[in-house]
Design a protein around this ligand. Structure first.
Ligand code: GRF
Length: 204
């Protein structure tokens, strides 16, 4: 059996996706070797502490520039020697140098069916547009695009006529908790590989 992959998870808030990933470590074939949080107050920080996982808080506000904050975040991440860097509700926008440094092993989850509704308030965008399906997307993060990059996996979630932003967010979040571990498993096992800016099935 191959050694478990080393994941570093980046959070800013509640951490429910971090919890789903921690619960699915065996399924994914990975260890979470560290958590980097952009907020000392993030509820998710406690999950790392309770699980005995190294937690580093790196707050953007403590640095003069985004680049300085990115560099400090990268130093914290690289010290943990990750195979994969997993964004799970991480709210800082990352600079191109950061994204390029981890290209091909930087993963994000966004609560819409990309390329529809990138950016802030995806559930509000979906309800305002009147689509009948929303969902969530796991994708690699590449330089120059917010919520862009090659798509690893998606799950569709129906929108009910009675939905509010909150009720839709809750239904999509439940789908995220299954999708993210399943997508990470595919990447960790090398079933799909990043090559020439695209994801493709492994040739093995
Ligand atoms: C999730 O909806 C995720 O898709 C988005 O931010 C939310 C984070 O939730 N990027 P949590 O902190 O994992 O509970």
């Amino acid at each position: 059996m191959p050694a478990p992959a080393r994941l570093v998870v980046l959070i800013s808030g509640r951490g429910s996706n971090l919890r789903a990933i921690l619960d699915a470590r065996d399924l994914i074939g990975a260890d979470v070797v560290g958590v980097v949080s952009s907020s000392a107050k993030a509820a998710g920080n406690q999950l790392a502490t309770d699980a005995g996982i190294a937690l580093h808080v790196v707050r953007g506000a403590d640095f003069e520039s985004r680049e300085d904050a990115d560099r400090a975040t990268m130093a914290a991440i690289d010290a943990m020697r990750p195979d994969w860097v997993v964004l799970a509700g991480y709210m800082r926008i990352l600079g191109d140098a950061f994204v390029a440094h981890y290209e091909g092993r930087l993963v994000n989850i966004h609560p819409s069916l990309l390329p529809s509704f990138p950016g802030l308030h995806p559930h509000r965008q979906a309800l305002e547009r009147g689509v009948r399906l929303s969902g969530c997307t796991v994708h690699l993060v590449v330089p120059g695009e917010v919520d862009g990059g090659p798509i690893v996996a998606q799950a569709a979630v129906p929108i009910e006529w009675s939905d509010t932003e909150d009720s839709l967010a809750a239904r999509v979040l439940a789908a995220e908790h299954s999708l993210y571990p399943a997508a990470l498993r595919q990447l960790v096992r090398g079933e799909i590989v990043y090559r020439d800016g695209r994801l493709a099935p492994s040739r093995d």
